[in-house]
Write a protein that binds this ligand. Structure first.
Ligand code: F6R
Length: 263
């Protein structure tokens, strides 16, 4: 059985919670603490945000904190990880639509501080657009806190198995597992785009803090591989093992295989 010195010597990287609500609450509290700390310092907080099922409860809690606890997002600059290509922002399957629905329209983030890859442009302009996206991130001093989900194939962002750890923002081809997992949202597999723009692994690993949130039994196999297996481009999330600033936040189901080993 592969041994992972990072985890055994640094158990604080791993946060196991009894359920999805508590895991999500922890992540929301980390985000809120960073925002407030930066407010006290008169500074911006640069967040890297994810879409999909995983962060929905995190966003629900952040909205609650805004509405009931006075958490302001006026100092937040946000960069989303990815967006399907091609898609228009108004499309209800777009990640722009998702972010508005679950977070942005409920909070006081300034619209000009929201960055989501805009894929509504011709293929020849994409490389230039991706360079500009990277440039924007570094122009704000990099990402302070990156929230990640994980695909069943180990992807982070849409950095699919086989992606170089040096990759930056670019147009990517979506893996068959990723398209399969998106088919319910799109109604059928034929409607799922074949491509996306994703920030790269190189971009992600430069974030000052990284929280990978994984929920549910469907993630338990890949979480085990990502945390206990070898660091390999075949499991993109495995790179996080080598990063002191990365933490895994799991509910009991996603952490089930790790738990089995402890017993
Ligand atoms: C989404 C993203 C993806 C998802 C991953 C998990 O912006 O970058 O890596 O985090 O596919 O998706 P869910 O949360 O739907 O299981």
């Amino acid at each position: 059985m592969p041994h992972n010195p990072q985890i055994s010597s640094n158990p604080s990287k791993l946060h196991l919670f009894p359920d999805a609500e508590q895991a999500s609450l922890y992540v929301a509290q980390q985000i809120a603490a960073l925002i407030r700390q930066r407010q006290d310092q008169g500074k911006s907080a640069v967040l890297g945000l994810a879409t999909g099922n995983t962060p929905k409860l995190v966003y629900k809690e952040l909205v609650r904190m805004h509405q009931h606890e006075g958490l302001s997002f006026s100092n937040v600059i946000s960069f989303n990880l990815d967006e399907y290509y091609p898609i228009i922002p108004e499309d209800k399957h777009s990640y722009t639509y998702f972010m508005q629905k679950y977070l942005f329209k409920h909070i006081d983030i300034k619209p000009y501080n929201i960055y989501i890859p805009n894929t509504d442009s011709s293929a020849d302009r994409i490389p230039q657009y991706c360079r500009a996206y990277e440039h924007k991130i570094s122009g704000f001093g990099g990402i302070d806190l990156q929230l990640l989900g994980i695909g069943r194939n180990g992807h982070i962002g849409f950095n699919e198995p086989g992606t170089s750890f040096h990759a930056t923002t670019r147009l990517v081809n979506l893996h068959s597992v990723t398209r399969e997992d998106a088919q319910n949202d799109f109604g059928s597999i034929t409607n799922v785009p074949h491509q996306a723009i994703s920030i790269g692994i190189h971009t992600i690993v430069q974030a000052k803090k990284i929280l990978l949130l994984a929920l549910g039994q469907k993630k338990s196999d890949i979480i085990y591989q990502a945390i206990k297996g070898q660091i390999t481009t075949q499991v993109p999330a495995s790179i996080l093992q080598s990063l002191p600033q990365a933490e895994y936040v799991l509910d009991r189901e996603a952490g089930a295989k790790l738990d089995e080993e402890r017993q």
